[in-house]
Design a protein around this ligand. Structure first.
Ligand code: JHZ
Ligand code: SAH
Length: 403
């Protein structure tokens, strides 16, 4: 395969096997035409870039019925309010703002409330329409050279380009940075927060790897990539969201922004863990294989004790867990979820039924496998009744744990 940034040949170091589209929840009638690809991961030493080898085309993943809404987590909505308040330090009253991957508008709505001139690029029509209904300027297009050519009044005038969990979804990272370069004002900043390679390695949270997550970034990678575009990484701020993310702040080389000390500190720590060189890959692979066996063993054990098991939250991440660990409806009876687009359908690849979240209380189950482990705090708080009735939670990172 070729590195998606350098174009040079690199070799995948691990395969997770045959994988369906992570958010490809489907009806029974569509089982026999389901799309699969071989999910392999590779590391480019030259730019310290962790990436998946092959993936479905973006149009297959982001379309008129994309089933993820940011607002499905109350904590994330609150997180975006805080992210907005923090980002105001880069803004003046008349600043222009662009969000990439604005989804249902949960972030953008904060800018709009304070009358900033803001737009979002969002290729998935259902979520883009949802944002438009909230009165937001949501452009139903992929963020790329063609789509930005239509917003001439933002060229060289955008003070903030922001994103969350979207930059790692864009395969052509060169085109992306070229667009950013065209749009940013002299002192403008490009801020994005994405799942962090350091956290994925530390917890062995391999479920962050799926088709949509084409890259898992680190400071070492972003620093090198930014440099190639005459830009520099001026801040890195760790986030607890989505199981461990990193907020990166990038700007032009030739302006007056200071570089925070944390950039050096965090990158040094990445070096200590061999995240820049790729030497961590072998250990990561071994850790994934061990966790896979542990999870399979635990579930078989519970099943042998006649425990009734269900999954909590049909996350994108769960597609990697279920398919890599080969867990299907013979072990997990159903998965509960709050998203209308998923309810009544089946999980990608393994075809576990997805049922309405309201249903699970009626069923008196023993064990809930927490696929939205990143929202554990929020979920444990609202589902106290399940534990009080004797139900147990099973989480699997960094180790299998029953709560
Ligand atoms: P959650 C998605 O990942 C996809 P997912 C994407 N690639 C990404 O990077 C992140 O989001 C940002 C359900 N749920 O947030 C609703 C409940 O049922 O971990 C959703 O179906 N009950 C863009 O899918 C799913 O979980 C709850 O109480 O891994 C969302 O899961 C909560 C909080 C969620 O993201
Ligand atoms: N930022 C939100 C949504 C993340 S989901 C959050 O953190 O919750 C990722 C979003 O990026 C999806 O809504 C998807 O449609 C969008 N996306 C994917 N490729 C994109 C591209 N090239 N340009 C803009 N948005 C894109």
């Amino acid at each position: 395969m070729k590195c998606k940034f350098t174009g040079k040949k690199i070799k995948p170091f691990m395969s997770f096997g045959k994988m369906p589209i992570a958010n490809g929840f489907l009806k029974k009638k569509d089982f026999n035409k389901e799309f699969f690809y071989n999910m392999e991961v590779a590391f480019s030493k030259e730019v310290s870039l962790f990436q998946i080898a092959d993936h479905p085309s973006p149009k297959k993943m982001f379309h008129k019925n994309y089933p993820f809404y940011t607002s499905s987590s109350k904590n994330m909505v609150e997180h975006f309010r805080k992210y907005f308040i923090w980002s105001k330090k880069f803004l003046l009253k008349n600043s222009k703002i662009i969000e990439i991957g604005s989804n249902d508008g949960s972030f953008l709505v904060n800018f709009k409330k304070e009358n900033f001139d803001c737009i979002g690029f969002e290729p998935s029509k259902n979520v883009s329409d949802y944002a438009a209904k909230r009165g937001l300027n949501s452009i139903n297009k992929f963020f790329n050279l063609k789509s930005i050519s239509k917003i001439t009044n933002y060229i060289n005038k955008t003070d903030l380009i922001c994103a969350a969990n979207a930059i790692c979804h864009i395969p052509d990272i060169k085109e992306l940075f070229t667009c950013v370069d065209k749009l940013l004002s002299k002192n403008g900043v490009f801020v994005f927060e994405e799942p962090y390679l350091g956290s994925v390695f530390e917890k062995t949270s391999y479920d962050q790897i799926y088709d949509e997550h084409i890259f898992i970034f680190s400071g070492s990678a972003i620093k090198k990539i930014a440099k190639k575009f005459n830009m520099r990484l001026i801040d890195m701020i760790p986030q607890k969201t989505h199981g461990g993310s990193m907020r990166y702040v990038v700007t032009r080389i030739d302006n007056n922004h200071n570089t925070s000390k944390s950039v050096k500190k965090i990158i040094l720590n990445e070096k200590k863990n061999n995240l820049d060189s790729g030497l961590f890959c072998k250990k990561f692979k071994n850790n994934c294989e061990k966790l896979k066996k542990d999870l399979q063993k635990k579930l078989i054990e519970l099943k042998a004790k006649n425990k009734k098991i269900f999954g909590y939250a049909a996350t994108s991440k769960s597609t990697t867990i279920l398919n890599y660990c080969n867990i299907g409806p013979e072990i997990i009876d159903f998965i509960t979820d709050t998203t209308p687009e998923k309810i009544g359908k089946y999980s990608p690849g393994k075809h576990i039924p997805i049922i309405n979240h309201n249903e699970f209380f009626k069923k008196n189950y023993d064990v809930a496998v927490l696929f939205a482990w990143n929202h554990q705090k929020e979920i444990f708080k609202k589902e106290k009744k399940f534990s009080l009735n004797g139900g147990k939670w099973l989480t699997f990172f960094p180790n299998i744990k029953i709560w």
